[in-house]
Design a protein around this ligand. Structure first.
Ligand code: ATP
Length: 258
């Protein structure tokens, strides 16, 4: 019985480690951090080898290095650790809400997103046609108060004409980002933190970098309409999410915002 338990636990252990490595790889893939990650894995393997071969001095030097390295890691991977924790936190939150709904504790809660996604996408479609630049950040669980104060805080019920008039080129409010919380526009002209990721294609300017930046630091999602190309982009977890049609984008947003 013990052996069976041990084996099951072993499998669970391996699967969990595989998941952990997969998520770490996903986070550092395509960034400069991947080289640091490979470097650390190599030092760790050499350290284990020196231990195995009983090479006392080298092993103790590397051991010390790895000990201090743990603190260095937290500093070097600060952004990635933050993203990782956010990813875990927001996933749990979503599941917990769904779980509660199945238990009918939240019988009164709407099954649909509070945010009027159709209105947002209708505005994006229109702005795409007219090449009107826009950046819309939709809050999920992380508070966006720390960025809202950089712009004009407001409280307007969401609808397509309002979005269009805010981003209209001659409007005084068109610059910067719009923040949406539930079904309200809660800030405009917001200055977002831009990403430091150096691997982003040069064709993407500050608007796209700002969307990547805020979604790296929070679990919010962002929509961008390019003034140059009219292209609509969807950004989540500091990455561009591909979609073929607006209907597909609608579905993806619905899943995130429920
Ligand atoms: N940190 C920021 N936070 C929010 N909005 C920003 C920020 N930086 C720039 N913007 C917005 O992006 C506009 C400039 O966009 P820019 O041309 O540099 O970006 P882009 O990604 O190339 O977008 P586009 O494809 O629309 O040209 C600014 O006028 C401003 O409205």
């Amino acid at each position: 019985m013990d052996i069976i338990n041990l084996r099951i636990l072993d499998i669970v252990d391996i699967v969990l480690v595989a998941f952990l490595l997969y998520y770490i790889y996903k986070l550092v893939k395509g960034t400069a951090a991947i080289n640091i990650f490979i470097g650390i894995v190599m030092i760790y393997l050499v350290w284990k080898l020196t231990q195995l071969l009983a090479m006392e001095m080298l092993s103790s030097v590397l051991g010390e290095f790895i000990g201090v390295g743990m603190f260095a890691l937290i500093v070097v991977f600060q952004q990635e650790i933050r993203k990782f924790l956010l990813m875990i936190g927001s996933t749990n939150f979503g599941r917990r809400r769904k779980f509660l709904r199945t238990l009918k504790f939240m019988r009164d809660a709407p099954e649909e997103s509070l945010t009027d996604i159709n209105s947002i996408l209708a505005a994006c479609k229109n702005m795409s046609k007219t090449h009107t630049g826009a950046i819309i950040v939709i809050k999920r669980s992380t508070s966006l108060d720390f960025v809202k104060t950089s712009g004009d805080v407001m409280d307007i019920k969401l609808n397509t004409p309002i979005i269009l008039s805010i981003f209209y080129k001659n409007s005084t409010l068109h610059d910067g980002a719009m923040i949406i919380e539930d079904n309200k526009i809660t800030a405009t002209r917001v200055i977002l933190p831009v990403t430091n990721d150096r691997d982003i294609p040069l064709r993407y300017g500050l608007r796209h970098r700002a969307a990547l930046g805020i979604t790296e630091k929070t679990d919010a999602v962002a929509l961008i309409v390019s003034e140059e190309t009219g292209q609509i982009s969807y950004v989540k977890n500091g990455e561009f999410i591909k979609f073929e049609t607006l209907d597909e984008l609608n579905e993806k947003l619905k899943k995130e915002l429920i």
